[in-house]
Design a protein around this ligand. Structure first.
Ligand SMILES: [Zn+2]
Length: 109
């Protein structure tokens, strides 16, 4: 069977690419149908310029509402205008850096 002309992974459409056309993205839980909206710029700040398809995996996101029973789907675009005023937007409040000490043992004092 001939190899397809296009790459097997649909190109590499990253958050930086998406940010050129979209301000918002949504992440929806397939189990409880809960949707949260994010700024694409916030996602990029949080997870780096990863491929859009990888955001949910890279971020290890889980739905808080059903404790991760469903899988999460990322879509570009904001809420439909009829529900925009009721939609929940999740923004980065702050980024915390944690200091972690790694010990090693050597023999002989
Ligand atoms: Zn859920």
């Amino acid at each position: 069977m001939p190899e397809p002309y296009w790459p097997k992974r649909k190109g590499s459409y990253t958050l930086a690419d998406a940010a050129k056309h979209n301000t918002y993205a949504s992440i929806r839980c397939t189990y409880c149908k809960r949707t949260r909206y994010y700024l694409v710029a916030d996602l990029k700040t949080a997870f780096g310029d990863v491929e859009c398809d990888d955001v949910v995996h890279v971020a290890r996101l889980r739905c808080r509402n059903c404790d991760g029973k469903g899988s999460l789907e990322l879509k570009m675009g904001g809420p439909p205008s009829d529900i925009a005023d009721k939609a929940w937007l999740r923004r980065i409040e702050r980024v915390e850096y944690k200091r972690r000490i790694v010990w090693k043992e050597t023999q002989g004092v």
